[in-house]
Design a protein around this ligand. Sequence first.
Ligand SMILES: [Zn+2]
Length: 276
Amino acid sequence: MSSSAGHPSGANPVMDHATRVGNRLLAALPPADFALLAPHLRKVVIERDSVLVRSGDRVEHFLFPLSGAIAAITELPNGQTVATSIIGHEGAVGLTSALGASRSPTTAIVRLPGSALQISPVQFLAAQHRSPPITSMMQVFTRSLLTQLQHVAACNALHSVEARLARWLLHIHDRANGSDLLPLTQETLSELLGVRRTTITHVVSTMRASRALKSSQRGQLEIDRPRLEAMACECYKVMSRKIDRIVSHGAVGLVHGAPARSVSHSPGSRLSKAGS
Ligand SMILES: [Zn+2]
């Protein structure tokens, strides 16, 4: 991960208990296991449009977002791009390299600014070797990511551009702290969906006509969430529910050191707050 991953937002936080952490993966760790990571975590600001790591580059940091949204983008040799996942406080950036590969398979770009806890892979892996719960947390992360990738693959093959755009906007809105103004340009949308700008212009026009988008000016989209939900494919609710369940069940298993229990969730519920 490049040095542009983020910049320090202040003094190193002193966090004596995992439940104080706003990232759901870290918050799920028992305090003694979180304490192995805490001295090495550095809080950084992640700025809009900053590139956290490029595809093929060596991963220099793992980032656990506390807020904001990061798009993982797959780039083809001809320059075409498409988003394969959106990462917020329920996930991590760069962590797939802990599975063995030292180079990033995707480019990670900040789409909503926020903050994150940053740690070097060496320090993370040293802690992981001493902590079965950190290894379990890695498994939770991997299952969550695979679930998202599988659904995005199906969605890209089966659903319309309008429905897919509505889904991506809802995923991003879930991480926008309730703001209906999303800092997204048409170029950004083109990159997310892997379609041409002319297609995006047409889709945005259609969404404005149906009032799912209230405005689309000066690099910002103002959304109408209920109308977007009506326009999105079912993938949005299915993916949100599954990922929430994986992270929530994983947290239960980590805290109690036992297999996850069944937890009920309402369909389509937004991603739970950290530690909830
Ligand atoms: Zn879909």
